[in-house]
Design a protein around this ligand. Structure first.
Ligand SMILES: *Cc1c(COP(=O)(O)O)cnc(C)c1O
Length: 368
């Protein structure tokens, strides 16, 4: 039984909160079905595993674990500031970029604040908004992507933050840089623009644009990046925000003093230097994307063109039973009915043989 008095001690936003639903872990399915072979294409993780140089860096840091980490993240920030050509004081390190999103909400939002995000966009935006009691506004999507014009129209005197995921998760849609720039320019200065670039490294080279150069022009801009996807370190939790020094200073007041652990700090620094691994990840992703989308075409299924390391496919019927049928064959993908896309499944790009295993399972399930 709920203890009603204690329940009501929680903020009203928290009472209404529905927790984030992660992809099903491999060991959980193994436990449930006792299957030998299970592949997980459900959480946009890097199928290569961490790079060997990164693993070596982690190993060499193990003897340090009795000590607290470097709470300033000095070495990693130095490497990131060189990479992005900005001051170390403009960088905020987070326990995943998820923590940066949460820090932004805790630092800048109060219950009167309104926050704008797109329909079919990342579930964490409404979550962090609601957790601090602020008011989220979901703006209807345009062709599964952000409708920037409509998002501008949604801005009121109470709006304090706008989240843009580019590329977006779970749709993979990408907004060209000139459109994003015009959008930020049109925002009132008291509205912070959070540009979430978790999948930046997977954007086609012809379309990639270095949004970090905008920081000089837009004091209300925060860019977030992560080591969880292309850099293959989802399990260690390391992401970062790039902003003005003022925003970084405010976030630094709120964050835990040791929010990034020792292994994550050294691993991220090593991963950042391993250009070969990144290139390999990008290449594998390109090939896997083609492999999957070609198969969808053969099966007569349509998909949303994606700039990320995943693709959402329209299975032309309710996705949940298909998801469950795939589970029984040892394939974990992601149903996205909770993103108002009941007929789509989101598939993360895996290794060539994993993609094929999924394609074979999907073909069998669809033709069943
Ligand atoms: C995966 C993802 C993140 C980042 O996750 P972290 O592991 O916390 O860095 C952020 N935004 C989007 C849109 C994502 O899909």
């Amino acid at each position: 039984m709920q203890n009603k008095t204690i329940y009501q001690l929680a903020g009203s936003g928290i009472q209404q909160l529905v927790p984030y639903q992660p992809g099903k872990p491999v060991i959980e399915l193994q436990r449930e079905l006792g299957l030998e072979k299970i592949i997980k294409l459900a959480s946009n993780e890097n199928p290569l595993g961490p790079g060997p140089k990164t693993v070596a860096a982690i190993q060499s840091a193990l003897p340090e674990l009795a000590r607290y980490p470097d709470g300033s993240g000095f070495e990693l920030k130095r490497a990131l500031s060189a990479k992005h050509t900005l001051e170390t004081e403009q960088i905020t390190l987070g326990n995943g970029s998820n923590e940066i999103l949460e820090l932004l909400a805790r630092t800048f939002l109060i219950p009167e604040s309104e926050v704008i995000f797109s329909q079919h966009s990342f579930a964490v935006y409404p979550l962090v908004t609601q957790a601090v009691g602020a008011k989220g506004k979901s703006v209807p999507a345009l062709n599964y992507g952000h409708d920037l014009d409509a998002m501008l129209v949604a801005v009121t005197a109470n709006t304090r933050m706008v989240f843009i995921a580019n590329p977006n998760n779970p749709t993979g849609t990408y907004i060209q840089h000139n459109e994003v720039e015009a959008f930020i320019k049109a925002l009132p200065e008291q509205v912070l623009c959070v540009l979430d670039e978790a999948y930046y490294e997977f954007i086609d080279a012809n379309e990639q644009f270095d949004s970090v150069t905008w920081l000089d022009s837009f004091p209300n801009l925060i860019i977030t990046r992560t080591f969880s996807k292309a850099y293959g370190l989802a399990g260690l939790r390391m992401g970062y925000g790039l902003s003005s020094t003022l925003i970084a200073d405010l976030l630094n007041r709120v964050r835990q003093p040791f929010n990034n652990n020792t292994l994550a700090l050294v691993a991220a620094e090593a991963a950042l230097a391993d250009h070969e691994y990144l290139q390999k990840s990008q290449q594998l992703n390109c090939q896997g994307m083609k492999q999957l989308t070609d198969a969808f075409t053969s099966l007569g299924l349509s998909w949303i063109p994606s700039s990320g390391n995943f693709v959402s496919v329209d299975v032309k019927r309710e996705g949940l039973p298909i998801y469950e049928a795939l589970l029984s064959k040892g394939v974990i993908v992601r149903p996205i009915a909770n993103y108002e896309m009941p007929n789509h499944l989101r598939i993360s790009i895996g290794l060539r043989e994993e993609n094929q295993f999924f394609i074979d399972a999907l073909t069998a399930v669809i033709n069943d």
